[in-house]
Design a protein around this ligand. Structure first.
Ligand code: ADP
Ligand code: ADP
Length: 230
């Protein structure tokens, strides 16, 4: 589903060059829930951004469903990303002056989906995350856990095959964090959505299928924790 081959990423600022990722080889399988752990600055976000085609590697290849993405134009990449991948971030990234329902509809605006169908799909996504009673609220009227539920609804509204989550529970207390984790586990189990999650929380990581550890831009460990049942 997602294949990274010999990925390197370096950042250059004036005189300093940082090797953020060093020869990463990683395959994420369909239906898998993979967690990525490692100390701050080890390259986790960079890796997720490269998987999500938000950022290009300096060297190496990213294949999605066997399709090489290296030579796609920015426009083709944006289209492909919109069709295939949903993103969730630690700080939610909701638009504060849009109501919950409008936030969730956003990914569909880039597709040829009619207004009535957008509303219908956004309502379905909000129902899946247990927020059908908050559609007319603004993000500022919600708790942190509810904001992350809205972000998850927005990530799944276009029925992506892949969800990439960068510390989705990092800004939440443990009770709300557990709720969000249960929701992601449920989506993975019931819809078969492939999920890659960066986390600092070992107990969250242990609930997933597989745990990859990074250190200084390199992969140091790859543990299967559970089998994936397709
Ligand atoms: P993590 O998510 O594990 O904390 P990151 O992927 O954010 O790590 O960063 C990996 C390394 O790359 C760090 O040393 C960081 O300082 C560097 N880095 C990340 N983004 C940039 C950037 N845009 N410009 C320069 N250096 C960067
Ligand atoms: P928590 O107890 O999880 O921290 P809050 O105390 O922030 O959550 O919110 C409790 C409930 O009140 C939530 O369901 C939220 O939707 C609602 N709520 C919070 N602030 C507002 C507001 N300004 N206007 C309308 N509803 C609100």
């Amino acid at each position: 589903m997602i294949q990274l081959k010999q990925i390197e990423k370096s950042y250059r600022t004036d005189t300093i060059e940082t090797l953020a990722l060093n020869r990463i080889n990683l395959s994420v399988f369909q239906g898998e829930f993979l967690s990525i752990m490692g100390p701050s600055g080890c390259g986790k976000s960079t890796l997720l951004n490269i998987m999500g085609l938000l950022d290009a590697p300096t060297k190496g290849e990213v294949l999605i469903d066997g399709r090489l993405t290296t030579h796609l134009s920015d426009k083709q990449l944006a289209h492909f990303r919109n069709q295939t991948i949903g993103f969730i971030f630690q700080s939610f990234h909701l638009i504060n002056d849009l109501r919950v329902l409008d936030n969730v509809e956003l990914p569909l605006l880039y597709r040829k989906v009619s207004a009535s169908e957008r509303v219908q799909l956004a309502k379905e996504a909000l129902t899946k995350v247990g927020l059908s009673n908050r559609m007319k609220h603004f993000p500022s009227q919600l708790s942190g856990g509810q904001k992350q539920r809205v972000a998850i609804a927005r990530a799944i509204v276009g029925r992506p095959q892949i969800i990439l989550a960068d510390e989705p529970t990092g800004n939440l207390d443990s009770a709300m964090g557990n709720e969000i984790m249960d929701l992601l586990l449920h989506l993975n189990a019931t819809e078969g959505t492939t999920i890659v999650m960066v986390t600092h929380d070992e107990t969250m990581a242990k609930k997933t299928h597989r745990l990859v550890r990074l250190f200084d831009g390199a992969q140091v460990n790859d543990h299967t924790l559970k089998q994936v049942y397709a």
